[in-house]
Design a protein around this ligand. Structure first.
Ligand SMILES: [Zn+2]
Ligand SMILES: [Zn+2]
Length: 759
C-alpha cells in the first residue's frame, strides 16, 4: 500500500503533560515517520506512513492520551507526500499571538515515588518529577512551556538529568522541571532566625520531631507555604489558631493515606476519586468517630465536616515516613485576610519567632496557588475554592469572550479574562480587603493578560460602587465598562458553565450582593438570560442593624427578625439568645431599628440562616464567613420530613417560620429537628416559587447558584424535588457557586451585551 502524509493539529491542554513523548511513542508503535512540535497555539504533528496505521495513530491520540491532557480538538489534513528518516520532536515554535493551554500542577506520580526508593541521585529526593507529574502553573512565567520560561531556568541540568531529558524513550523526556539531588532544588531548615540544615534527612527528622512535640512548622510547598502541626493535638491547633490571628476557620488535614482517612471520615466512591485524583484537592467529608485517638476537636469545631487531603508532593510522602502521627493540620501559611505566603524572604521575616521551624526550598514559586476545596454533591465534584490543580484550565463558554476582563466580587475574589470562546478564571485570590491581597490581585491579572495574550477591550464589574474590584475596573485603561448585578452574574456564571444561552428561571441564594435599588439582595428568583434579568420574587426585606458588620454577628439579624414578628414582646420569651447576648446590646440594637439608624434592608438568604443559627444558640459572633449557615447545616439529620409555614407572593415572608421555630424551642423540640425542618422549609419555598414562575412563564429550565447551594442537604434535596417535578436543573461543577464564580458570570453578560450591540 502506498504511503500518505497527514498534518494533525491538536488543541487543548497538551503541553507540559507528557503529550509529545506520548505522540513519539505511538508514532514509533505504528512505524510512522515525521515530527511533532509545540507552538504557543497548539501541537502540530506531521506523519508519513501506511494509511491504516495513520488512522490507528489518530485514534490512539484521542483514546490513550496522558491523564492530565485535555484534548479539545484534533483536525487533520492530507498533505503532499514528504519522506522522513525518522520521527522527531522539533523545537518549540512561538508562531503567533495565540496561546496554548497551561497545565495545572500535578501531584507526584507513582513511578516518581518509586524512584525515590532507588539508590542514586533521586533517592529520597523531594523534587522528583516527570512528564506525568510535578509543578506546572506555579513555576511558569510565560509560554511556550519550556524550561527557560519557568523558575527552573536557574538550575543547570546535570549530565544524567540532561540525558533523560533528551532521551525520547525516557519518562522524563522534555519534562521541564526535571531535577535530581545533584543539580536540582533543595530544602533547608531554619530555626530561631538561623539556617540549621540543608540535608533532607535531618530536615525530615527535625520536622517530624517538632510536630510530634506539639510544635508548628512552616513548610514551603507547590503554590505557597503551609503551617503544619499534629492533627491530634488540641494545644498545637490552638496555638496555630492564635498565631493566624483569631480566625475561627476550620483547618484542613492531610492524612497519611486513604486507609487512615476512612477511619476518621465517611467516604463514598466519588469522594475517594476526588481525594486520589492528580489534582489532589481538599475534599470536604463527613466526620466519623474513630475507635482510636480522636482528631483535635478545635480543628473544625461545631461542624460535622472536615477538610481532608492526601499527600501530593514528594516531601509530604517523605515526611509521613518519619511521622508517627498519621494526620497533620496543613493550613495556608498566612495571617488572616492575607494571601498565602510564597517568598522565602517573607516567610523568614514574618514567621521567624512565631513558629518553631521554617522549611524552605530554592525553587521559586511564580504563580501563587492555595489548595483547592471541593465537595461532592449529588454524586458530582463541586469546586468551592478553585486553585491548585484546577487553574489555569479555561472554561469553554460557547460565547465570544475575546478581550473581556471581568473584575469579580469583593470577597472570595477571582477575576476572569476572555480569549475567543475561552474564559480564564484566575486562581482564588481572596478577600480584597488587605493591601497584600489587592496587590496579588493586580499582579495576577497582569500576568494572565501577558501569559494568555489577552488584549483587553471591555471591562465587566459588579454594580456595588464600593467594591475594590469595581473601582479598579471602572478606571482600567479607560476601557468601556459593563456593570453586572451580583445575582444576575451568579446565574450567568452557572449558565456559561453549562453553555446555556436562553431564558431560564434563576435562583441565586447567598449572603449579600448589591441590588439595583441599593438594598442588599441575596435570595433572588429571576427570569433571565445572559443579557438581562427580571426579579420575580425574593425573601422579605429585613432591617440589618449595623449593616455589613452585622453579618459577623448573627444575633443582630435574629433580634431584627424577632422584633419584626413579635414586636417588643419577644423580650419576654425564654430564648437562649436573650441570655447569651447582653441586654444593653439588645436594647441598643432595638433603638437603632426603631429610629432606623444604620439599618440597611437585606433579603440575603444567608442572613435568614444566620438568624436561625443564632436562635438555636449555635453562633452569636461568627469567626469565619458562613459559620452560622455551616453549623446549622451540620445539625441536619434528614430524618424529619416536616417543615414550617411560610407565605409566598411577590416576596416571601418567613414570619410564620420564625414563630414555628420559637414555638418548637419553647416546647423543648431538639435542635437537630428544628434545623432539619428549617432546611425543608427553604427547599419548599424554592420549589413553590419556581413552580409558580413556570406556570406563568412556561420556562422549565432552572439554574441554581450562590454560596447557599454549597449546602449539601439543601442543594441535593432541592435538585431532587425539582427533577421529580420535571424541571431541567442546572448547577455548578467546575466553577464555584460562591462569589469565586462571579467573574465568569460578569464576563458572560458582557459578552452577550457586546454581541447584541454589534447586531
Ligand atoms: Zn512522575
Ligand atoms: Zn540532575
Amino acid at each position: 500500500m502506498s504511503e500518505k502524509s497527514l498534518r494533525i493539529i491538536v488543541t487543548g491542554l497538551v503541553q507540559g503533560v507528557g503529550f509529545r513523548p506520548f505522540v513519539y511513542r505511538i508514532a514509533s508503535k505504528f512505524s510512522l515517520k515525521g515530527w511533532v512540535q509545540n507552538t504557543n497555539e497548539n501541537v502540530i504533528i506531521q506523519v508519513t506512513g501506511n494509511p491504516v496505521r495513520i488512522n490507528s495513530f489518530v485514534i490512539s491520540l484521542k483514546t490513550e492520551a496522558p491523564p492530565a491532557a485535555v484534548i479539545r480538538d484534533i483536525s487533520t489534513e492530507e498533505t503532499d507526500n514528504v519522506q522522513y528518516d525518522s520521527f522527531i520532536i522539533k523545537e518549540s515554535n512561538d508562531i503567533s499571538e495565540e496561546i496554548t493551554e497551561i497545565s495545572p500542577d500535578i501531584a507526584v506520580c507513582s513511578d516518581c515515588l518509586a524512584d525515590m526508593d532507588i539508590s542514586g541521585s533521586r533517592l529520597d529526593y523531594a523534587f522528583v518529577n516527570c512528564t506525568n507529574c510535578g509543578p506546572r502553573f506555579t513555576i511558569i512565567e510565560d509560554l511556550p512551556y519550556d524550561r527557560e520560561k519557568t523558575t527552573m531556568s536557574h538550575f543547570a541540568m546535570c549530565r544524567e538529568c540532561r540525558r533523560e531529558y533528551e532521551n525520547v524513550t525516557d519518562r522524563r523526556f522534555h519534562a521541564q522541571p526535571v531535577a535530581c539531588s545533584n543539580c536540582g532544588p533543595h530544602y533547608e531548615m531554619h530555626a530561631a532566625g538561623k539556617m540549621i540544615s540543608d540535608k533532607t534527612e535531618d530536615i525530615l527528622t527535625g520536622v517530624a520531631a517538632c510536630i510530634e512535640k506539639g510544635g508548628i512548622v512552616l513548610i514551603k510547598g507547590l503554590g505557597g507555604m503551609h503551617l503544619a502541626c499534629d492533627a491530634f493535638s488540641e494545644e498545637a491547633a490552638d496555638r496555630l489558631r492564635s498565631l493566624k490571628n483569631r480566625d475561627g476557620k476550620p483547618f484542613a488535614i492531610m492524612f497519611r493515606d486513604l486507609e487512615t482517612i476512612r477511619q476518621y471520615a465517611e467516604t463514598d466512591k466519588q469522594e475517594e476519586v476526588s481525594l486520589l485524583s492528580w489534582r489532589r484537592p481538599i475534599v470536604l467529608l463527613k466526620k466519623k468517630k474513630s475507635s482510636g485517638p480522636q482528631i483535635a476537636g478545635n480543628i473544625s469545631s461545631g461542624l460535622n465536616l472536615s477538610g481532608v487531603m492526601l499527600p501530593y508532593l514528594p516531601f509530604h510522602y517523605l515526611l509521613f515516613r518519619k511521622l508517627k502521627t498519621p494526620a497533620i493540620v496543613m493550613t495556608s501559611g498566612n495571617f488572616s485576610n492575607e494571601p498565602i505566603i510564597m517568598d522565602n524572604e517573607d516567610a523568614l521575616s514574618q514567621f521567624t519567632g512565631c513558629v518553631d521551624l521554617i522549611v524552605l526550598h530554592n525553587r521559586e514559586i511564580f504563580n501563587r496557588t492555595d489548595d483547592s476545596v471541593v465537595r461532592i454533591l449529588s454524586g458530582k465534584e463541586r469546586i468551592f475554592r478553585r486553585s491548585r490543580g484546577y487553574v489555569p484550565a479555561p472554561i469553554d463558554t460557547a460565547l465570544n469572550n475575546d478581550g473581556i476582563l471581568a473584575f469579580g466580587a469583593e470577597l472570595t475574589n477571582t477575576f476572569c479574562a476572555g480569549k475567543k470562546q475561552n474564559a480564564y478564571l484566575s486562581q482564588h485570590i481572596g478577600d480584597l480587603q488587605s493591601v497584600e491581597t489587592t496587590r496579588f490581585y493586580e499582579e495576577t491579572m497582569s500576568r494572565f493578560i501577558k501569559m494568555f495574550r489577552i488584549k483587553p477591550s471591555l471591562v465587566a464589574v459588579d454594580m456595588h460602587p464600593m467594591y475594590i474590584s469595581t473601582r479598579k475596573g471602572l478606571t482600567y485603561k479607560g476601557l468601556p465598562v459593563i456593570e453586572v448585578q451580583h445575582h444576575h452574574a451568579h446565574i450567568a456564571s452557572c449558565m456559561a458553565e453549562n453553555k446555556l444561552d436562553e431564558k431560564v428561571i434563576g435562583v441565586a441564594f447567598d449572603g449579600t450582593g448589591y441590588g439595583t435599588e441599593g438594598n442588599t439582595w441575596g435570595s433572588e428568583f429571576m427570569i433571565c438570560d445572559l443579557n438581562d434579568f427580571e426579579r420575580i420574587s425574593h425573601f422579605d426585606y429585613i432591617a440589618l442593624p449595623g449593616g455589613d458588620s452585622a453579618s459577623e454577628e448573627p444575633w443582630r439579624i435574629a433580634i431584627s427578625y424577632l422584633n419584626k414578628v413579635y414586636g417588643k414582646s419577644f423580650l419576654e420569651l425564654n430564648l437562649p439568645l436573650l441570655k447569651e447576648v447582653k441586654s444593653e446590646k439588645i436594647r441598643l440594637l432595638l433603638h437603632m431599628i426603631d429610629r432606623n439608624i444604620n439599618c440597611p434592608l437585606t433579603s440575603g438568604a444567608g442572613r435568614l440562616f444566620d438568624c436561625v443559627a443564632s436562635l438555636l444558640g449555635l453562633v452569636q459572633t461568627a469567626t469565619f464567613q458562613a459559620e452560622g449557615p455551616m453549623k446549622l447545616e451540620s445539625l441536619v439529620d434528614g430524618i424529619s420530613e416536616e417543615n414550617y409555614q411560610f407565605d409566598t407572593g411577590e416576596s416571601i415572608c418567613f414570619d410564620k417560620t420564625i414563630k414555628g421555630i420559637v414555638d418548637d424551642m419553647l416546647n423543648g423540640i431538639g435542635k437537630v429537628t428544628i434545623a432539619t425542618k428549617f432546611h425543608n422549609t427553604i427547599i419548599l419555598t424554592i420549589f413553590d416559587t419556581v413552580n409558580a414562575i413556570r406556570l406563568k412563564s412556561g420556562i422549565n429550565k432552572v439554574v441554581l447558584s450562590g454560596g447557599v447551594f454549597q449546602n449539601k442537604y439543601l442543594s441535593e434535596r432541592t435538585v431532587d424535588l425539582l427533577i421529580k417535578n420535571n424541571f431541567e436543573v442546572f448547577t455548578h461543577s467546575t466553577v464555584p457557586a460562591n462569589d469565586g464564580g462571579i467573574a465568569l458570570g460578569q464576563l458572560a453578560v458582557a459578552s452577550k451585551r457586546r454581541e447584541l450591540l454589534c447586531v
